[in-house]
Design a protein around this ligand. Structure first.
Ligand SMILES: *Cc1c(COP(=O)(O)O)cnc(C)c1O
Length: 389
């Protein structure tokens, strides 16, 4: 049994139970106030930065509107995300097209709607930006080596070697664009703060060499996401990340820092959500088997995608949890007819021995990469519903 108090206050938990008692499962309940506090905290810890919320983490309209009111900007990756933000009244000048993989027609669409800030990591994409979004600002994403300290790595697929970033920024200038800076993403749920040190050192090298060799003065470092949400595996407090990162920046750049952009997703919305799931079946694979299989009405295809390879280990609370109650190990699985739909088998959760069919399991910290990752209806199970409280 996890210690629920480590993740949510007793008062907040009671409020959540009152709100959710009659909701049909599976569903996710989002506490907007938690997001408000997370945003304020991040603002306070990184007062020198600009925040661009990574919309893919949770694109719920109420979340976007709240963050917009609080002054956030937005990092997006597709036309539908752009249309949604514009429909909510968010100005194109607060939007960054952070996806390095885009069609020329998509760039043209963003440009027509007024977006003037683009990420790139290849010559081909840069040419599209130059022709479809002339005069815009571009930043080049550098490759961060695969690191096993991120629970959800974003390496390999994105970014280019610093040597190529150097060439791309020169090419951007020569194509009439504004080469404004560099970006990186150290991997999502990054537990090793030192990863920012290496990445920032790479940006410093490029800032200096481009100025000396080419008289190109970069002004922006987009540090992407990577800050943690609270799951079962321990992480440093966000204040430690802030202190260390500030130190790396000052070591490399002195007090006259470049403009810093942050693109938090998980750390802003992760702990705002609780996914409620009902036990569908509890069984054993033979008469003397020690482990129970607990099958839930949520699985990989309707909200718990990040259990892939058991990457993210959510804190789980059951409606039978009580101080001192007897527990035993379980294997947790989802409801679909796909054997990939097993949530945790290597990592053994312990749940009360008197857990019964119809009881509820609460997956804490499920505000990020859950609802937006659900399938459209695999096996007929619909995408998971979100409620805002
Ligand atoms: C997904 C994504 C983020 C958000 O990352 P988190 O680890 O959830 O904070 C930020 N920037 C880019 C470019 C992304 O693709």
């Amino acid at each position: 049994m996890i210690n629920r108090d480590d993740f949510i206050s007793g008062k907040e938990w009671e409020r959540f139970l009152d709100f959710s008692r009659d909701l049909e499962t599976p569903c996710i309940v989002i506490n907007l106030n938690t997001i408000r506090l997370n945003y304020q905290r991040l603002r306070g810890l990184f007062p020198y930065s600009q925040i661009y919320y990574a919309v893919k983490a949770n694109p719920e309209k109420e979340i976007i509107s709240l963050l917009s009111e609080m002054g956030s900007n937005f990092d997006i990756a597709s036309r539908p995300e752009l249309d949604m933000l514009l429909a909510l009244g968010i100005g194109a000048d607060r939007i960054s097209y952070g996806n390095t993989i885009k069609k020329a027609a998509d760039v043209a669409y963003f440009y027509e709607k007024g977006v003037r800030l683009y990420a790139t990591d290849s010559k081909e994409d840069l040419r599209h930006i130059a022709t479809q979004a002339p005069g815009s600002k571009v930043y080049v994403r550098i490759l961060i080596e695969a690191s096993s300290t991120a629970d959800w790595p974003l390496s390999r697929k994105f970014g280019c070697h610093p040597d190529m970033a150097y060439d791309l920024l020169i090419m951007a200038r020569d194509l009439g664009l504004v080469p404004c800076g560099l970006s990186f993403h150290v991997g999502s749920q990054q537990r090793d703060i030192g990863q920012w040190d290496d990445a920032i050192a790479k940006t410093k090298f490029l800032f200096s060499s481009l100025e000396e060799d080419e008289n190109i003065r970069l002004s922006v470092i987009n540090m992407g996401g990577g800050f943690p949400a609270s799951y079962t595996q321990a992480t440093n407090d966000l204040s430690e990340y802030a202190a260390e990162i500030k130190r790396y920046l000052v070591d490399d750049f002195g007090e006259d820092l470049p403009k810093i952009i942050l693109e938090p997703g998980r750390s802003l919305v992760g702990n705002s959500g609780i996914l409620i799931s009902e036990v569908v079946l509890i069984s054993r694979k033979n008469n003397t088997a020690l482990n129970r299989w607990v099958y839930m009405d949520t699985g990989k295809f309707n909200g718990l995608m990040e259990t892939m390879d058991e990457s993210i280990k959510y804190p789980i609370v059951s409606s039978k949890d009580a101080p001192g109650c007897k527990e035993a190990e379980v294997i947790l699985a989802g409801p679909t007819c796909d054997s990939m739909d097993i949530l945790y088998e290597d990592y053994k959760y312990r749940l009360p021995v008197d857990l019964k069919i119809g009881d509820r399991l609460y997956f804490l910290s499920t505000g990020a990469y859950t609802a937006s990752y659900a399938s459209v209806g695999f096996n007929g199970f619909p995408p998971i519903k979100t409620y805002i409280m």
